[in-house]
Ligand binder design. Sequence first.
Ligand SMILES: *Cc1c(COP(=O)(O)O)cnc(C)c1O
Length: 377
Amino acid sequence: MPDHVSSIPLPAELLPSDGRFGSGPSKVRTEAVRRLADAAPAYLGTSHRRDGVRSVVGRVRRGLSDLFGLPDGYEVLLGNGGTTAFWDAAIFSLIDQRSEHLAFGEFSSKFADAARAAPHLDDPVVIESEPGTHPQPVVDDSVDLYALTQNETSTGVTMPVRRPDGATGALMAVDATSAAGGIPVDPTQFDVYYFAPQKCFGGDGGLWLACCSPAAVERISTIKGSGRWSPPSLDLTIALENSRLDQTYNTPALATLFLLADQVEWMLGNGGLEWTAARCEQSAAQLYGWAEASDYAAPFVADPLMRSPVTATVDLAESISADSISAALRENGIVDTESYRKLGRNQLRIAMFPNIEPDDVARLTAAIDYIVERLPD
Ligand SMILES: *Cc1c(COP(=O)(O)O)cnc(C)c1O
């Protein structure tokens, strides 16, 4: 133990049943890992072009379609490289000339920066707002893709997924990496809803998934037809062909696919998105309720409508070090409550994804109070 933090052992009744509160990679259900271990001898280490693995990809694609209630004609695409690789694929296969980005944190800004750096695209329109808030899209006739982020994981801000009035002909592309599976969404309001499995889906990283409308599929093929060059691994026409065959262009992580299929079926079996969203809301009510009532903590996001139900950010009074609290929690096996570094605030960030038990969130807040009372001055 480092000697600058004194150990504060938590009493057993304040210990959550599971100590993982990280915003990604996030808590993976132990039952899913057990099922993977059981399936492993006939599954791990087998060809991703054979039925064993392709049936798992098929379960993922059908399961996601059910979970989001995708209308006829929408397709689920997948590929390797996580959300960050999907941004690059979007730059080659989805943005025709010019995109508009709402940039209000680390992740939403990264996609905007990548689009700005692309030599084959016009400079994007980038609308920013202060951390802890989100901007509104502004309709612009020169824009052919609007890039929204449903949950900005770095700041704990959520925003509605809604087509702006008058944005006809443009695609709505939504980064739902930390929102998908935990926050409701109306699929008629997006053309591309993309994410990775290591947040609400409580799986492992390295994969991207994208629910695409017929307009998005058409855009992918129109851009290809225009003769634009794309690296094959980022070419969404290739991803589309492979996804339709329940496979990926190159070798995927088979464990990641298995955990995702298991998770999607767990969500559906319990009532789908309505159930997961209610569970996240319940955790969020606990956590923000505690922060508002506390005399040393407060929600970072001032507007309750913008407060994320899946990743909460809580500011602490200056006299109380968030780092010391996170360190004391970590000694008790409660991990990853540290704030997003680049935000640079005296803050805790706590994930409330569907896998996290609302009762565990209640225990966590009681544990924080217990530690604060005992922190040395
Ligand atoms: C985690 C996250 C990403 C990055 O995902 P990778 O799979 O690591 O590339 C992008 N956007 C949001 C909103 C995220 O939460």
